[in-house]
Design a protein around this ligand. Structure first.
Ligand SMILES: CC(C)(COP(=O)(O)OP(=O)(O)OC[C@H]1O[C@@H](n2cnc3c(N)ncnc32)[C@H](O)[C@@H]1OP(=O)(O)O)[C@@H](O)C(=O)NCCC(=O)NCCS
Length: 221
């Protein structure tokens, strides 16, 4: 059965490679992306049409949404699930995922990711290169840990949060839903929902309006 990767930007290409490396059955893969005419193909794999084509096409039942923007990933995933598509997860073969952790559908763990004992990772999450999820952490749906992010034990990353590259979150600390943690920050205390926090130690810089929710500059396409 074919697999459709939604999004043919940088993140889509990474997802494609992780998928190929993680499976021996060499499944048929196609991309869908609104820039399909411009992109054309990736490594000989066609970018077949705009994302909306997948909402009614019935050929590709299995999908992976490879869009770095958390809000867009959430919205497109909801529509695809309503259209009856089945989400797959992609786990790069060079990850260390505890058998006592749980990872929900639609999530990707890129090379070097570590997920420790008792951690729970939700739907549509991105665990990017060399990120680590400590024991008993909760990473809720559509959150994203950029490359090199480290979560201490029992930290909670609520829905849709974007944690920027290299940031660290102390044990038992909660980042509220749809917040953004700036690159390189050290988060030592709970942070409220829908806010932009950064620095070491991290402080709230400002609340985030609806038009600023986690699709920050530099998030993967
Ligand atoms: C979230 C992010 C994009 C915000 O950057 P921004 O849009 O430039 O932020 P703002 O313009 O609102 O900055 C507000 C203030 O916070 C400061 N600031 C922004 N990001 C900061 C950070 N990560 N650490 C410390 N201070 C930061 C700015 O310098 C500015 O300070 P000033 O008012 O004294 O000038 C940025 O912090 C970030 O994380 N970038 C990396 C994204 C990433 O990890 N991509 C990887 C994908 S794999």
């Amino acid at each position: 059965m074919g697999i459709a990767i939604v999004g043919a930007g940088g993140h889509g290409r990474v997802a494609f490679e992780c998928l190929r490396l993680s499976r021996s059955d060499n499944p048929d893969v196609v991309f869908y992306d609104d820039r399909y005419e411009q992109i054309g193909e990736i490594e000989g794999i066609p970018v077949r049409g705009p994302i909306s084509a997948l909402f009614d096409a019935d050929k590709f039942e299995l999908v992976f949404v490879a869009i770095g923007d958390n809000v867009l990933r959430y919205e497109i995933t909801q529509r695809l699930q309503r259209a009856g598509r089945t989400l797959i997860s992609i786990i790069h073969p060079h990850t260390a995922i505890s058998p006592r952790s749980r990872i929900a559908v639609g999530t990707i763990a890129v090379a070097g990711t570590v997920v420790n004992f008792g951690a729970q990772v939700g739907r549509g999450v991105i665990l990017n290169t060399l990120s680590s999820v400590g024991h008993d952490c909760i990473v809720q749906d559509f959150a994203q840990l950029a490359s090199g992010v480290n979560l201490g034990g029992a930290a909670v990353i609520e829905e849709g949060v974007f944690v920027g590259i290299g940031a660290k979150v102390a044990p038992e600390t909660t980042i509220g839903a749809w917040s953004v943690v700036g690159a390189g920050s050290i988060v030592l205390e709970d942070q409220p929902p829908r806010s932009f926090c950064c620095g070491a130690p991290a402080r709230v810089i400002r609340p985030l309006g609806d038009d600023e929710l986690p699709h920050p500059k530099g998030s993967s396409t």
